[in-house]
Design a protein around this ligand. Structure first.
Ligand SMILES: Cc1cc2nc3c(=O)[nH]c(=O)nc-3n(C[C@H](O)[C@H](O)[C@H](O)COP(=O)(O)OP(=O)(O)OC[C@H]3O[C@@H](n4cnc5c(N)ncnc54)[C@H](O)[C@@H]3O)c2cc1C
Length: 535
């Protein structure tokens, strides 16, 4: 990667790669690379996972496994030649805005570090002196063979419910898995059939079939939002909880039923798909402990509050991620050296927030993918990320143009400048002050929701398309001002070239009319190089 980078994207998960593709500029894949635990897979339908510009017709099953998802993102990165722009295994520690040059040393900074990428630290006393294996689900130790071993799993979210059915069945099954959990999750029935050859053929060959199927999946998921409105959704939620409670009661072993039907209101936490978890609780090698929590890790396993020792060869930490520390150890300083955390202290009681989850006043030319209040409880993160990418590219287009990497024509009426900044008032008006029940998306001290987008997802898309331009300030740096005469000439030169190409294309089209030759988008490749890859 060149040292004189113009646009720096921190993170090479789906947000980072997705951002790099339209700019075209060890491993990629983020979540889908690091989470390699047995049974890892998605909880939104496979056909709703891909980027909208790169659909995949041949998903093997309704909810794909991690390896297939990772392969998809790897293929897409290869297809768009993203790898050469990625510096793997490199941690960005700090980024500071320079007010004089109007730059971050690079010009544009994109944070694509994810929200579920920093494993929650293990705070159970004794962890550091455990002689056996101890690892987080996102750091699965593949040197450990669980066959005939005893394991303790701490936690009962999505990861734990995917892992336990896998490691407790078949010839390689663990001898005993003891799971500790505090609060039950609402489990949703989730059959996962394989797609037939005919279905894949239809997706591949029937025009628009895949788009229509995706639209149907979108509708199925999106309409669920009606149930999340605190008042008007009460009846819908009652129906959901009755259905889910019956499902749990029917499928769980009798001695766990009372615990497994949650006492919390449905919709408070994202529902957990049942990937064979309830069925596996019937196995002799699975033990669920919900009323006697782990108090310490000891030399041969864990000790519970009641003083019971549960033997363990390995301890799996399925406790989720540091969701309230959005950038992990990464430090970012904006105008006047203000840190993001100080910014949030002034704006939102220290709780992460952002304009459309993406922009912060005081942090010019900076965009956060999967930022505060962007996740959805009912739809896919990939959908949101793509909206954010499109939003950021629109907002930043004048800056890209100034760098000579954009399409001038699309910014008519916008100034040519090298700095874009959301206004503080606009950012403040966009802060979500809603609160809710205890969950990983609620800040414990302020009870503010810092993670979820509390509205219909189509509204998120609308806001990413119809931008309130008045909410932004476009400025020029001192350095840029000096370059303006040069840039004006460049614009005129580009416009003249473009006009010439259009005229040439029109005349060649006219000449070839009798041969019924159609113009192809690929003819753009004959344009000067800087036009090849934009928009
Ligand atoms: C087990 C699991 C299952 C999930 N299932 C689904 C699902 O079914 N549907 C769904 O929509 N969402 C799901 N999610 C949410 C998931 O996080 C998103 O789908 C998506 O993968 C997020 O992509 P991302 O690129 O924004 O972030 P990530 O995938 O988290 O990628 C961020 C990358 O940035 C890197 N990074 C972080 N800090 C730095 C730094 N300072 N310097 C350099 N690099 C850094 C990280 O190491 C990581 O590689 C799941 C998450 C998990 C953990």
């Amino acid at each position: 990667m060149a040292e004189n980078t113009d646009i720096l994207i921190i993170g090479a998960g789906i947000s980072g790669v997705g951002f790099a593709i339209p700019l075209k500029s060890d491993n990629i894949g983020g979540t889908w690379w690091t989470n390699s635990y047995p049974g890892c897979g998605c909880d939104v339908p496979s056909h709703f996972l891909p980027y909208s510009f790169a659909l995949k017709p041949d998903w093997s099953r309704r909810f794909a496994r991690r390896s297939e998802i990772h392969q998809y993102f790897t293929n897409i990165a290869a297809q768009y030649d993203i790898h050469k722009h990625v510096r793997l295994a490199s941690l960005v520690e700090k980024a500071s805005w320079d007010g004089i040059t109007g730059m971050w040393n690079i010009t544009i900074l994109i944070s694509a570090v994810g929200t579920l990428s920093v494993p929650r630290e293990c705070t159970i006393p004794g962890a550091s002196s455990f002689p056996g294996k101890i690892f987080h689900t996102a750091q699965w130790d593949h040197t450990f063979n669980w066959k005939d071993k005893e394991l303790v799993v701490v936690g009962n979210g999505c990861s734990a419910t995917q892992i336990i059915p896998e490691i407790t069945s078949g010839p390689g099954a663990a001898r005993m898995v003891t799971q500790f959990c505090r609060q039950a999750h609402w489990l949703a029935e989730r059959p996962n059939p394989e797609y037939s050859a005919f279905f894949k053929w239809t997706m591949n060959w029937i025009p628009l079939a895949m788009r229509i199927y995706r639209a149907k999946l979108y509708w199925n998921q999106e309409r669920d939002f009606a149930g999340y409105d605190i008042e008007t959704g009460a009846e819908i939620r009652r129906g959901w909880s009755m259905g889910a409670a019956e499902y749990i009661r029917t499928n769980a072993p009798a001695h766990y039923r009372d615990f497994l039907v949650p006492k919390t209101e449905i919709g408070c936490k994202r529902r957990v798909n049942d990937t064979g978890y309830l069925a596996c609780l019937h196995r002799n090698n699975v033990n669920l402990i919900y009323d006697d929590p782990v108090e310490a890790i000891v030399s041969n396993g864990v000790r519970t509050r009641a003083g019971k020792i549960v033997h363990a060869d390995a301890i799996v930490l399925a406790q989720g991620f540091e969701t309230q520390r959005p950038f992990g150890s990464l430090q970012i300083f904006g105008e006047g050296g203000v840190s993001i955390h100080d910014h949030w202290t002034q704006i939102s009681e220290g709780v992460p927030s952002a304009y459309l989850g993406t922009c912060l006043s005081e942090f010019p030319n900076f965009f956060i993918m999967m930022g505060p209040n962007t996740l959805s409880g009912h739809l896919s993160v990939i959908y949101t990320t793509e909206c954010q990418i499109n939003f950021a590219l629109r907002v930043i287009r004048p800056v890209l143009n100034a760098m000579g990497t954009g399409t001038w024509a699309l910014t008519i009426g916008r100034p040519i400048c090298d700095i874009v900044l959301v206004k503080r008032t606009a950012e403040q008006e966009d802060i979500d002050t809603a609160t809710g029940c205890t969950s990983w998306f609620i800040d414990r001290s302020t009870k503010r929701n810092s993670i979820m987008f509390p509205d219909w997802q189509y509204k998120f898309w609308l806001r990413s398309v119809f931008i309130s331009w008045d909410d932004f300030n476009y400025k020029t740096s001192q350095q840029f001002n000096e370059k303006i005469p040069e840039l004006v000439l460049e614009v005129m030169r580009s416009a003249a070239l473009k006009l010439r190409n259009i005229l040439l294309q029109l005349s060649s089209n006219f000449e070839k009319r009798d041969e019924a030759t159609t113009l192809s988008g690929y003819q753009c490749s004959s344009w000067p190089k800087r036009w090849e890859v934009r928009s």
